[in-house]
Design a protein around this ligand. Structure first.
Ligand code: C5P
Length: 250
């Protein structure tokens, strides 16, 4: 994988024109575009097709969390759209993640049965969200009633459950990369936000890590928004970040 392919740009905008302008400038310089609830709910699934048309890959960060049958159906639709990655909440449970993985696999089976393999898009990587970084130890104990466990223990437990349930990776904070990598092995995708190059301020991110440090810790993909999308020249910012992780990534 080239260094630039590790960069996922967060398109945290709700205006299709602005999003597509960024995609046009950045598609050749980054690995994928993260479409979250804001942009997806504003533009609809057409945003995925439009990004594909400009040569970008899509990380559909829709954080699915529902009964297994519903998440399986949504996963199948996301797969048919040709998304590169998408998210579900590990807290939805092993049955939910297994149903999602089965729905994607069965779709493959149906396609090969019907001889339609030629037109079939690649399966998306299902990523599990473990513990949201906005949740602190107090909330874990008092609101979620998970007592006597550190956040990191819960993250690792959920990551392992996600892995055995068919997820291809997790989203976690830079502080949990090493523990997840140790628990889930080298083939499990670790994707991390909270990234700030040293030449950019922290914005509202509290605990930040540089792109190079995140990759050193074992991240496969880094999610970066404002340091790229708010840069005077977004493509130059993306190229600079790819250069910073180049030596570590290989
Ligand atoms: O602009 P910035 O680089 O802070 O954007 C980071 C992206 O990663 C945003 O889309 C944000 O919602 C997402 N994210 C995050 N921290 C988490 C989970 C997701 O910053 N714990």
């Amino acid at each position: 994988m080239q260094a630039k392919d590790r960069i996922i740009v967060a398109l945290d905008v709700d205006d299709a024109r602005e999003a597509m302008s960024l995609v046009g400038q950045l598609a050749a310089h980054v690995g994928a575009f993260k479409v979250g609830m804001q942009l997806y709910n504003s533009v609809g699934p057409d945003i995925v097709r439009r990004i594909h048309d400009l040569g970008g890959r899509v990380f559909a960060d829709l954080k699915l969390h529902d009964i297994p049958n519903t998440v399986a159906g949504a996963s199948r639709v996301i797969a048919e759209l040709g998304c590169f990655m998408y998210t579900v909440h590990a807290a939805g449970g092993s049955a939910m993640m297994q149903a999602a993985a089965d729905a994607i696999r069965d779709r493959q089976h149906e396609s090969s049965q019907s001889g339609a393999l030629g037109g079939r898009v690649q399966d998306p990587i299902m990523l599990a969200v473990t513990v949201l970084t906005s949740i602190d130890q107090h909330q874990l104990e008092q609101e979620l009633l998970i007592a006597g466990r550190s956040i990191q223990e819960v993250v690792v437990r959920l990551a392992k459950m996600a892995q055995t349930s068919g997820a291809g990776g997790v989203i976690c904070s830079p502080h949990e990369i090493a523990a997840v990598r140790a628990a889930c092995g080298p083939d499990f995708n670790v994707v991390t936000p909270g990234i700030r190059p040293i030449w950019h301020g922290s914005d509202d991110q509290k605990r930040i890590t540089t792109p190079a440090d995140a990759v050193k810790l074992g991240a496969d993909y880094i999610v970066i928004g404002r340091p790229i999308v708010r840069a005077p020249h977004p493509a130059s910012a993306a190229i600079r970040i790819a250069d910073e992780i180049q030596d570590i990534a290989d």
